[in-house]
Write a protein that binds this ligand. Structure first.
Ligand SMILES: *[C@@H]1O[C@H](CO)[C@@H](O)[C@H](O)[C@H]1NC(C)=O
Ligand SMILES: *[C@@H]1O[C@H](CO)[C@@H](O)[C@H](O)[C@H]1NC(C)=O
Ligand SMILES: *[C@@H]1O[C@H](CO)[C@@H](O)[C@H](O)[C@H]1NC(C)=O
Ligand SMILES: *[C@@H]1O[C@H](CO)[C@@H](O)[C@H](O)[C@H]1NC(C)=O
Ligand SMILES: *[C@@H]1O[C@H](CO)[C@@H](O)[C@H](O)[C@H]1NC(C)=O
Length: 359
């Protein structure tokens, strides 16, 4: 009878094995079905969030606490590039403003004896004489979609302790503003390709540039060979300080190129965003260069753009990542600009980074 008991044992063992295997499969199926349902629910929720933000028209009367909650949930949603939206914005910006042709004044897009019309004071003109014309570079070094991954780094206090430095430095092209320091490199990175300065800042920080270019040269040297981009033709008061910077750096750091925003480019860009709901008297330099990047870069990543005085968990923030000095009055409508950038993020045209960067 031994063959019988062996067969029984074999049968019992098989049944047991089958049971174990099938219950594992069932568990796995259940789990993956739960996971599937969860991810469907999450992606539905994310889609609703994006639609809700894109439908907003203004930040006026927006209650900040629930708004931050929405932004927080949006930032938990995966971001995907949407080529349709990216191309649409790029083509519109190209058609209106053409950063590829005239983000900066060049010998190609101006000629001797023409005048430049100031961006913010349209009744004022500047004659481009031979000497001025020779200060301009030959041509614009960028063209539509030429650059790969671009990082546009604002100065918001949100960058403090963000650990975004490594990610920023991985970009192919890095844009910064107002001579922002790069000594907190863990959070803001080290590399710079293009940096702006504004005339008020130059007048205040370097009152006697003509006699003493040393401090500016020293400050500029931390940016390597980055181009310095100045709004020399936005307001008439800014022209002389910008020219002083040009001459001071030409002597002290001849390899450092100093270039000037084309006033018509900035003017057209302002009109472009005005038609799309930006009502402030002037758009910020941040929005200007984010727009240029949208035209000339394949991928645009924004860091340090955050107009609120608290982070996503309501912790208080400094005004800038490097100091806590705010402007006396706002010329720009920063929350409105932020909403616009958040909408571009929601559409998948560019990616806005708020808070911590994941390793
Ligand atoms: C991009 O956005 C458009 C318009 O909202 C949508 O129809 C399309 O499916 C999106 N494409 C991708 C790849 O998500
Ligand atoms: C932008 O400028 C470039 C260079 O001059 C030119 O080839 C191109 O046609 C311009 N684009 C538009 C839309 O005007
Ligand atoms: C610009 O104008 C000056 C003075 O009228 C004249 O001498 C010069 O030849 C002009 N230059 C060009 C390139 O037209
Ligand atoms: C950032 O980290 C430093 C050092 O860990 C800490 O002292 C500081 O409070 C933090 N700042 C913010 C805004 O979290
Ligand atoms: C970084 O540079 C800024 C301005 O150049 C200076 O005020 C600040 O003390 C520096 N911070 C550190 C951590 O070195």
């Amino acid at each position: 009878m031994r063959w019988w008991s062996a067969a029984t044992r074999f049968c019992l063992l098989s049944v047991l094995l089958l049971f174990v295997i099938s219950s594992t499969i069932m568990d796995y199926y259940q789990l993956s079905r739960d996971g599937f349902m969860e991810s469907v629910q999450k992606s539905l929720k994310c889609r609703k969030l994006r639609e809700r933000l894109v439908a907003m028209t203004t930040m006026k009367k927006v209650d900040i606490v629930p708004f931050l909650q929405v932004v927080r949930e949006l930032m938990d949603c995966p971001w995907r590039l949407n080529l349709t939206h990216r191309e649409l914005h790029r083509t519109e910006l190209w058609a209106c403003c053409n950063a590829s042709d005239r983000l900066i004044v060049t010998r190609q897009n101006t000629h001797v004896n023409q005048t430049l019309t100031y961006e913010a004071e349209r009744w004022r003109k500047k004659l481009v004489d031979q000497t001025l014309w020779e200060m301009f570079p030959k041509s614009v070094p960028w063209s539509k979609g030429l650059l790969g991954r671009c990082a546009v780094v604002g100065s918001g206090g949100i960058l403090q302790n963000s650990s975004c430095g490594e990610e920023i430095d991985r970009a192919d092209y890095i844009i910064r503003f107002n001579l922002a320091p790069v000594n907190q490199s863990r959070d803001v990175g080290l590399k710079t390709d293009l940096i702006t300065a504004n005339p008020s800042q130059i007048i205040k920080q370097y009152p006697d540039l003509h006699k003493n270019p040393g401090p500016l040269a020293e400050q500029m040297s931390v940016y390597g060979n980055a181009r310095l981009l100045l709004p020399a033709f936005s307001f008439a008061f800014g022209t002389a300080p910008c020219f002083k910077v040009y001459h001071a750096l030409q002597k002290a750091l001849p390899q450092q190129e100093v270039v000037f925003f084309h006033p018509d480019y900035l003017f057209e860009l302002g009109q472009f965003w005005r038609r799309r709901g930006q009502k402030a008297s002037r758009i910020s330099t941040g929005l200007m260069l984010a727009s240029s990047a949208l035209e000339i870069c394949e991928q645009v990543h924004l860091y340090g753009f955050w107009p609120f005085s608290v982070d996503l968990s309501h912790n208080p923030l400094q005004h800038h990542y490097f100091d806590n000095v705010g402007p006396n009055h706002y010329m720009h409508a920063m929350p409105e600009e932020f909403l616009l950038l958040l909408q571009l993020h929601s559409q998948g045209a560019l990616q806005l980074h708020v808070g911590h960067c994941r390793a």
